[in-house]
Ligand binder design. Structure first.
Ligand SMILES: N[C@@H](CCC(=O)N[C@@H](CS)C(=O)NCC(=O)O)C(=O)O
Length: 208
């Protein structure tokens, strides 16, 4: 059994979506990052950077932090969404999500969604970067069905929950037709819908 310790955030949803996709038994232990539960000593032992998500694979006593590393672990364990012959290209798109898309859209959330009016510079800077990310993903998806090629992989699973925040981004996802096509296709997957509703509260994927 896998225990997923997380808050209901895009990085947490990556992992719950993956667990649903591979049909592993899991339970969610909620970490309330608004109440600083990520700084509790027991949690820091599992997550030295004091971040969610973390998993504990109780079957083999493995703890893991960093959502990209968790996705790779679950993909290798299940043999799914990480085709051995495609790994070089899957890694490229996965690392792009981890090092660029996630952190910079995260900054856009901070300035545009949570703290509007606090910094014009920050708002403009991250709005432009978010727009650029949409454009770049749209370009990629104009000649590729999924991010890493013909198959749905952990690179798509990592990226999807970030684009699912499109209403916060205010970029206008609909204008990006290839990204919209990709988003709609992934939104239809039952495992994605279930994993998106991480806390079992009936949360639905925002439509475009
Ligand atoms: N690179 C990390 C980022 C994790 C991350 O930023 N988690 C956020 C929530 S999405 C968090 O724990 N924030 C609480 C804090 O920074 O104190 C991953 O992908 O797992």
């Amino acid at each position: 059994m896998i225990e997923l310790l997380t808050a209901n955030t895009p990085n947490g949803k990556k992992v719950s979506i993956m667990l649903e996709e591979i049909n592993f038994k899991y339970k969610v232990t909620k970490i309330n990052i608004n109440k600083d539960e990520q700084f509790k000593p027991d949690f820091i032992k599992l997550s030295p950077f004091r971040k969610v998500p973390v998993i504990i694979d109780h079957e083999v006593n493995v703890n893991l932090f960093e959502s990209g590393a968790i996705l790779i672990y679950l993909a290798e364990k299940s043999g799914k969404f990480y085709d051995r012959d495609q790994r070089t290209i899957i890694n490229q798109w996965l690392m792009g999500q981890m090092g660029y898309i996630g952190p910079l859209l995260g900054q856009h959330h901070q300035f545009h969604h949570y703290n509007p009016g606090k910094s014009e510079f920050g708002e403009q800077r991250y709005f432009k970067i978010a727009e650029k990310i949409y454009k770049e993903l749209n370009e990629r998806l104009s000649d590729s069905k999924f991010l890493a090629g013909e198959d749905y992989t952990i690179a798509d699973i990592a990226t999807f929950p970030w684009i699912a925040r499109h209403e916060w981004h205010d970029i206008g996802l609909k204008k990006y037709i290839n990204l919209t096509r990709w988003y709609r296709e992934i939104s239809k997957r039952q495992a994605v819908q279930k994993g998106y509703d991480l806390l079992n509260e009936g949360e639905v994927i925002p439509e475009v």
